[in-house]
Each structure stands twice: as structure tokens, then as C-alpha cells.
Design a protein around this ligand. Structure first.
Ligand code: DX5
Ligand code: ZN
Length: 225
């Protein structure tokens, strides 16, 4: 499949949010990535439903919400109501992960599970086939602008192998420290969705940077096919 670029609005200018959402609408990006942080699961608070709803009203591409919150089950339905189509919860925050995934599906959304850098992919063995996507965190969640943890590349290729071995259809999303320099190797290692926050929004031209990241991923992808 074609690689999807999902700009993370965490690095957008919240004083000019409408402008930045419009830029993503116009760009080669496939999705919007929304980082939801509660100050408990991660040491930072981002934004909540009023902002998600405002973005949803203007966005013309699917919204992918990444819940970095404890007890995500309490908020699954409100995210659906807010307009989210792809919803990921953290493995580390869900004692009854299978039930949570079922609930996301029952609400009519695609379900993903995010793994912190230290969480092994083998823990997904028994749920992988029920997932629409897996989010491999390539930074410790909580902040934009951190450096890519190199080990994530190896984790990505092992996860890709595991999906092929099990016949799982789950897409693989990589989140944290993604840029035009590493996009090629990430796509090659098996990433289907590249989340990029600071690389996009700190660029002189965010729109052009999205195209650059996408082209880097696509040319690397083609080389291995
Ligand atoms: C980290 C978030 C990421 C982050 C990506 O907690 O999940 O989505 O905002 O930002 P960059 O691309 O700046 O690492
Ligand atoms: Zn994220």
C-alpha cells in the first residue's frame, strides 16, 4: 500500500489552528494525527474534546487519535462522537485490552494499540489479528520534538515479520522523531503510516516538507518491491 503521512497537530500553531488544518487538507498528507495527553499516563497535557471537534469540523481527511491517557475506556464513545475514525490506546494503559479493542470496533472505529519503546512486540501475539493498526512509539510519549530511538527500526521490521507470519492485516504506524532523512528506512522496514510533528510544522514550508517525507518513503518502498 501507499505510505500515509499523518502530521501531528501537537506541533501546530494553536493560535492559527484553522490555518494549519487547512494546510494539511491541501497537502499530500493522508491523515491527521491527534495526540491526546492527560498529564497522568504521560507527563504532559495536550488538548481535549473542544479542540478535537473544532479540527474535525474543518478536516477533510481521516482523524487518527492517539490516546496517551489512563482508563481510555471512559472516553471511547466521545471520541467517536467528536469525529475520530482511527483510535489507538496504549498497551500499557489497558488491563483488558481485548475488551477495549472490541469496544472501539463496536463504536464503528478502527482500533490500534500503541507500544512504548520498552514494550516488546511479542505481547501483541494474541491480539494482533484483531487490530487495524499498531503504533510503534519511536520516542517516549509525552512531547513532540524528541530524537528518534534507533532501536525502533529493528522493532519495526520484527513487527512486520510477525504480521506476515500470522497473516495479520494490521497496518504499522511509527510515531516520534520521524523526518525526511529517516522516512525511507522506516518505509523499507515496514511502516505504513509515518507520523511527523516537528519535522513538518517547524519546516519553512510545512506543505512541501510533507511531500518530501512522502517521496522519501515512496522511493524507498519501491526499491524493495
Ligand atoms: C509523542 C507523540 C507524537 C509526537 C510526534 O508523544 O505521540 O505524535 O507529537 O512529534 P515529533 O514528530 O515532533 O516527534
Ligand atoms: Zn502520537
Amino acid at each position: 500500500m501507499e505510505t500515509i503521512i499523518a502530521p501531528s497537530l501537537l506541533s501546530a500553531d494553536f493560535g492559527n489552528l484553522a490555518r494549519d488544518v487547512e494546510m494539511v487538507n491541501r497537502s499530500d498528507a493522508g491523515w491527521f494525527h491527534l495526540d491526546i495527553m492527560d498529564g497522568v499516563f504521560v507527563p504532559n497535557i495536550s488538548y481535549g474534546f473542544p479542540v478535537v471537534k473544532a479540527m474535525a469540523r474543518q478536516a477533510r481527511k481521516p482523524l487518527d487519535a492517539h490516546l496517551m491517557i489512563v482508563e481510555p475506556d471512559r472516553y471511547l464513545a466521545p471520541f467517536k462522537e467528536a469525529g475520530v475514525e482511527w483510535l489507538s490506546v496504549h498497551y500499557e494503559a489497558c488491563p483488558h485490552l481485548h475488551r477495549t479493542v472490541q469496544h472501539i470496533h463496536d463504536l464503528g472505529m478502527k482500533a490500534g494499540v500503541a507500544l512504548n519503546p520498552h514494550t516488546g512486540i511479542t505481547l501483541l501475539e494474541d491480539i494482533l489479528c484483531d487490530l487495524d493498526y499498531v503504533v510503534v512509539m519511536s520516542v517516549n510519549p509525552g512531547f513532540g520534538g524528541q530524537s528518534f530511538i534507533e532501536h525502533s527500526l529493528y522493532k519495526l521490521s520484527r513487527l512486520k515479520e510477525m504480521c506476515l507470519r500470522k497473516g495479520a492485516k494490521a497496518l504499522i504506524e511509527i510515531d516520534g522523531g520521524v523526518n525526511a532523512e529517516n522516512a525511507g528506512s522506516l518505509a523499507k522496514a515496514g511502516a505504513d503510516i509515518l507520523v511527523a510533528g516537528s519535522a513538518v510544522f517547524k519546516a519553512d514550508s510545512p506543505e512541501r516538507m510533507i511531500t518530501e517525507i512522502l517521496s522519501a518513503a515512496q522511493s524507498a518502498g519501491k526499491a524493495v518491491r
